[in-house]
Design a protein around this ligand. Structure first.
Ligand SMILES: [Cu+2]
Length: 279
């Protein structure tokens, strides 16, 4: 009997502890775990999170039109629709917003300002009409990294979709820098270290004075061709200043992915895109 009582007490304490974990009424289940599982086991990565945490995107300025100023609002709520109020700084920001065009030729990484009450706002201007996917990447206090994505429609003339082409040579030249991405062969469903190597395009000398960008050696975003998978990427050495910057991820399934690496050198942020085929 005594033992049973202790068990009950222990269970009670456990459930109290679980209760403490619930900030803003969100479920105590780790969104990150759901997130990673959903990458690997299900087709769409967002749904696992969306059940617990929701982001509603809207234009406060009415319908967004190409080449006109618009304002995007992002409302973050829990599964019951209550606003999530507290966010942790994650890479120096409360929320990272990624905007891509349907053909992935347009990429923008932005930081909306927090208004309180789970609402973020951001002035935006789209280069053309068409479909864009926006991703909100945030970390509620007591929760884990969450990414919610949604397609938005922008009015106006659409540009001809650019055909996505796999980069066979993995070297790009951006702002007088030569950036190489390795390894060349990528396999799905295994932990993969992506290495960006930096050289001066003219002198071919290695670049060893990369500056921190958003508090780390760089910021990498990876999307599957259909923008259905948004991959979380973590730097291996946050303090590296070059010539190499290494990041770890896992591609959920074979296919084409686009990778955008963002780095800072001599006060300037550069974005390096690579299109890769994952076997
Ligand atoms: Cu960001």
């Amino acid at each position: 009997m005594k033992k049973a009582e202790r068990m009950v007490a222990a269970l009670f304490i456990l459930s109290l502890l679980a209760g403490c974990d619930k900030s803003d009424g969100q479920e105590a289940v780790s969104p990150t775990e759901a997130h990673h599982d959903s990458h690997i086991e299900h087709k769409s990565e967002e749904h696992g999170d969306a059940k617990r945490m929701q982001a509603v995107f809207s234009f406060t300025t009415g319908a967004a039109k190409a080449k006109e100023d618009a304002e995007l609002a992002v409302h973050i709520t829990d599964s019951e629709g209550n606003p999530v109020n507290d966010f942790e700084l994650n890479h120096e920001k409360l929320l990272h917003l990624i905007v891509v065009s349907e053909d992935l030729s347009y990429f923008s990484h932005l930081h909306p300002s927090y208004q309180g009450n789970g609402i973020f706002r951001l002035p935006l201007r789209f280069p053309a009409g068409g479909k864009y996917k926006v991703f909100a990447d945030f970390k509620p206090v007591g929760g884990n990294n969450t990414t919610v994505g949604e397609w938005l429609e922008v009015e106006g003339t659409t540009l001809k979709a650019e055909a996505i082409q796999v980069d066979l040579g993995r070297v790009k030249e951006v702002e007088d820098k030569e950036i190489a991405l390795s390894p060349v062969k990528l396999k799905a469903n295994e932990e993969t270290a992506l290495t960006f190597s930096f050289r001066d395009a003219r002198t071919k000398e290695q670049i060893t004075d990369l500056e921190p960008y958003l508090g780390a050696t760089g910021h990498v975003v990876i999307l599957s061709r259909d923008a259905g998978h948004y991959l979380h990427v973590h730097p291996l050495d946050e303090a590296s200043t070059g010539p190499e910057a290494r990041f770890v991820t896992s591609f959920p399934q074979p296919g084409i992915y686009k990778i955008w690496g963002q780095f800072q050198h001599r006060g300037k942020v550069i974005t390096v895109p690579f299109v890769v085929q994952v076997e």
